[in-house]
Design a protein around this ligand. Structure first.
Ligand SMILES: [Zn+2]
Length: 418
């Protein structure tokens, strides 16, 4: 009888334990369900970045899980910019403040060692002409001419001092993707001269970039320093002709954009705008140039306007620098490039301006406020030092008041203060 009773007790206990276990399981599963799906999906796709332990990454993990296509594009080569610059693809990297579709998890960094400062200055460098050699004269001391050898030396200097190229588009859209501890820099080339870029025919009769041009030298440099970048904005006046030499306009622009360069608007014929008072004339100078670039490339939206000689039109028609219309062509510029003379602020900084200052590349004759001047005098502590994550804006606590949290949020970025 005792044995029977004991057996019944054991049976009841087993049933109770089973029921309890089932209840616990059912009760806990909704909570787990929210988190369990996306992280495991990310762990699959993330290929050993190894930063999944960070609890603060949860929103990013969900984003990653949702957009496998975007993840693939970003993960592909660490240089999605080439694709983003291709005509027609320019709207894929989270412009217009919309959250980007993919947020790869960046490696954790030691903030105290790297000292990221994403409130600091970014130099947008303005290049004009290059030459094999140049003899200064009284009439032209060579302020705007750089020798090819000086350009080669400059690339080494910039690289050794941890500068890395970003595109103008990435600058404007606050998608600054350089390794942690590196300093972004933007190259701009005005007037589309043949010393900046031209084409030659190789032995098979195919068009190739002339190695004795700035673009050729930059390509050559990237063979040994592939993480420096092949990027730059080339501002064109389509009615004045671009890059004299062989090849059609379409071939030249298509090769450049295919390499990762961007095209900027510089008016049809280099009109100095301080003398333009009519908004219709201003829109024709900019809109017709956009139409001619469209004709050459099928479709290509220029994102910036570069002021010829840095001259602004009268204040009452300035808005047409940013947005306008000529015949059937509209244009919209996110920034207007000035000629002088300061390093620029990053988007999200309280002093950021759509009128973007540029630092003049050093010519044969050095002058104050040129690139050599800033490379000598600009303190690293005042420059933009990257945290390695294009989606997080990291600033030290003593610079936090220099950033606008609302703007940064609208850009789809996360502000991190340390
Ligand atoms: Zn110009």
């Amino acid at each position: 009888m005792d044995v029977r009773k004991a057996n019944r007790m054991i049976l009841i206990l087993i049933i109770l334990i089973t029921i309890t276990l089932i209840v616990i399981n059912v009760g806990s599963s909704p909570d787990e369900g929210e988190g369990a799906g996306p992280p495991s999906a990310v762990a699959d796709g993330d290929g050993g970045v190894g930063a999944l332990a960070d609890g603060g990454l949860f929103p990013k993990l969900i984003n990653l899980g949702k957009d496998a296509t975007g993840l693939g594009r970003e993960a592909d080569g660490g240089d999605g910019d080439g694709a983003a610059q291709t005509p027609g693809l320019g709207d894929q990297s989270g412009e217009d403040g919309s959250p980007p579709s993919a947020r790869p998890t960046p490696p954790e960094i030691d903030l105290e060692a790297v000292k990221p400062n994403e409130s600091g200055f970014i130099m947008v460098v303005m290049f004009h002409k290059f030459a094999e050699s140049f003899t200064p004269t009284q009439a032209d001391p060579g302020e705007y001419i750089m020798t090819f050898d000086a350009f080669r030396d400059l690339l080494h200097t910039l690289y050794d001092r941890d500068y890395r190229l970003i595109s103008m588009s990435d600058y404007l859209n606050n998608h600054i993707d350089v390794p942690a501890g590196c300093v972004p820099i933007v190259f701009t080339f005005d007037d589309a001269t043949s010393s900046q870029f031209s084409l030659i025919r190789n032995g098979e009769g195919e068009l190739e970039v002339d190695p004795n041009t700035a673009v050729g030298i930059l390509l050559e440099f990237n063979e040994t320093h592939p993480d420096f970048g092949v990027k730059g904005l080339i501002s064109v006046c389509m009615k004045m002709g671009i890059f004299s030499g062989i090849g059609t306009v379409t071939e030249k622009l298509a090769i450049l954009t295919g390499l990762g360069f961007e095209i900027g608007n510089h008016t049809t014929n280099h009109t100095v705008l301080s003398g333009v008072n009519d908004k219709a004339v201003l829109q024709q100078l900019l809109g017709e140039n956009q139409a001619m670039v469209n004709d050459a490339l099928g479709s290509y939206d220029m994102e910036v306007f570069t002021l010829p000689q840095g001259a602004m039109p009268p204040r009452d028609i300035r808005e047409y620098l940013y947005k306008g219309w000529y015949e059937t062509t509209s244009y919209e510029h996110k920034g207007v490039l000035l000629v002088g003379a300061d390093p620029a602020r990053p988007p999200g900084h309280v002093d950021y301006s759509r009128e973007i200052p540029r630092v003049r590349a050093s010519g044969v004759k050095l002058v104050d406020y040129d690139l050599t001047y800033y490379l000598d005098l600009l303190l690293r502590s005042s420059e933009y030092v990257s945290d390695g994550d294009p989606y997080t804006v990291t600033v030290p606590a003593n610079k936090a008041d220099k950033m606008d949290p609302d703007v940064i949020e609208a850009q789809g970025r996360t502000l991190r203060i340390y």
